[in-house]
Design a binder for this molecule. Structure first.
Ligand SMILES: [Zn+2]
Length: 480
């Protein structure tokens, strides 16, 4: 339930519009599967809206009214829209930021495993803190990047095979001991390795004992770090020969398409493709409001970073120099500097929140129980797991009011661990005022998550309203 924001009750949104927002989000998330695909989807939408890609090397030439974006490693992205009335003495950087990655199983550098029970298996790493038991019995495809040999050298390309290739089967309940049934905790190294099921991958029975052993010996001696059966499917999808694939960087993904369950959306990667979509789409929607964009004195930014699920420490992660450098370069190109802009700048750190689960109501602190479908959650933590402060939270509640978005509150129970996100990281690195927010969802880090369509729309509306109303809210706020 909303805490201090309970008195602010904006009108409810028309169901048809929330349904349209959910349809747009599902078409976005339905084409992802790896951070590179999240960036690709964002890039396509930005290009369609007239944003121009920048090279990652200074100097940049930016002009008021201009719309740009830049990517890093193909897995992080930052879009800039320069307010038409950009003013170095009045404006700042108004930033909505998210992350592109989600917990998943990733193919190992040497994914070819010896056969077990005549089955081909691929070796995987666990990426991030997934609820790994949810990956069992699901048809799994792959998405990510491949390195291919070209006439000029080597080239990275995207690949996405939605058709299921792998499966991690559960063990029949009759073969589990009572203790194993009570606490299903698969060993991540041994019991989470997928079976590869390409059309010709399984040769069960049919061979005589001697023949079978000879064939298996020969196959296991074959060179290569990945199974030929897997490479053949990937190569076909990229449009090259299998021998031209030098290496792969592949995430396994649930092959079942996203769907709706009433007003709910059910899809993998809601955390945090939803926030990436909302920040990018909110920025695009704001720039399409001509009058408001013409009047803006700010540098408006939607960014999303890779590797949040594993701590953000990488060249493309939020815990790197990359955002500060991009801010320096863009503001310098506009005759300003980050030092000049920082005190007027603000970061809306967007990452999903834990919605109240009807079967586990006691897991939430009694006064902080975000309900699915009831609005965007402001996340606060005294131990700085979130960067929100009371004054900044009140500014965001006011933004919610101006954007007609209901707001709710989250603070974790003292006897529960708390998650964290890029908000505290970027806030401490940049010295920027930051509030952590997000749409409430169920089953965070499951192979399949769920959220309410009203919150999908509310998050995008809040991001759009943030770009539109932040300067007005800031200029009517006095801090100590
Ligand atoms: Zn997240």
């Amino acid at each position: 339930m909303a805490g201090a924001a309970a008195s602010i009750r904006p009108r409810r949104r028309a169901a048809a519009t929330a349904s349209e927002a959910a349809a747009e989000f599902l078409s976005f998330v339905g084409q992802t599967g790896s951070p590179a695909h999240t960036v690709q989807q964002a890039k396509q939408r930005l290009e369609a809206a007239g944003f121009v890609q920048l090279e990652d090397s200074p100097p940049w030439s930016l002009t008021p009214g201009g719309k740009y974006f830049i990517t890093k490693e193909g897995t992080s992205i930052c879009a800039f829209a320069v307010g038409k009335a950009f003013d170095q003495n009045q404006g700042g950087a108004v930033i909505a930021a998210a992350h592109t990655d989600s917990p998943c199983l990733k193919l190992r550098p040497c994914s070819k495993m010896p056969k077990s029970a005549g089955m081909l298996q691929v070796g995987v790493d666990t990426y991030g803190g997934g609820l790994w038991h949810t990956w069992f019995d699901r048809p799994l495809g792959v998405a990510g990047k491949v390195v291919v040999q070209t006439a000029e050298g080597m080239e990275e390309r995207l690949v996405r095979v939605e058709k299921p290739l792998c499966l991690i089967p559960n063990l029949a309940i009759h073969l589990l001991t009572q203790k194993e049934r009570e606490g299903f905790a698969p060993n991540k190294e041994v019991e989470l390795q997928p079976v590869l099921c390409p059309p010709c991958g399984l040769e069960l029975g049919g061979l005589q004992k001697g023949e079978k052993e000879e064939k298996e010996d020969k196959e296991e001696k074959e060179e290569g770090r990945h199974h030929a059966e897997l490479l053949a499917v990937v190569a076909e999808s990229v449009g090259v020969k299998a021998e031209e694939i030098l290496d792969v960087d592949l995430c396994l993904m649930d092959s079942t398409p996203p769907c709706r369950i009433g007003a709910m959306v059910s899809t993998p990667r809601i955390d945090n493709v939803l926030s990436t979509w909302a920040a990018v789409d909110g920025l695009i929607a704001f720039t399409e409001q001509k009058e408001a964009f013409d009047a803006s004195t700010d540098l408006l930014i939607a960014a999303s970073f890779d590797h949040e699920e594993v701590g953000s420490r990488s060249a493309a992660g939020a815990d790197s120099a990359v955002l500060e450098r991009w801010l320096d370069q863009s503001l310098e190109a506009l005759g300003s500097s980050w030092a000049q802009a920082v005190s007027r700048s603000f970061l809306l750190s967007c990452d999903c929140a834990h919605g109240l689960h009807p079967n586990y109501v006691g897991k939430h602190q009694a006064q902080h129980q975000p309900i699915l479908g009831k609005g965007i959650v402001i996340k606060t933590n005294s131990n700085q797991r979130y960067a929100t402060t009371p004054l900044l939270a009140q500014m965001v509640r006011r933004l919610g009011q101006l954007s007609e978005v209901p707001m709710q509150e989250f603070s974790v129970r003292n006897d529960c661990p708390c998650g964290s996100t890029i908000g505290p990281l970027l806030s401490s690195q940049l010295g920027i005022r930051t509030v952590d927010i997000g749409a409430p969802q169920w089953a965070m880090h499951s192979c399949r998550e769920s959220a309410h369509q009203d919150d999908v729309q509310a998050l995008r509306d809040l991001c759009k309203g943030f770009f539109q109303h932040f300067r007005g809210v800031d200029s009517s706020t006095t801090a100590l």
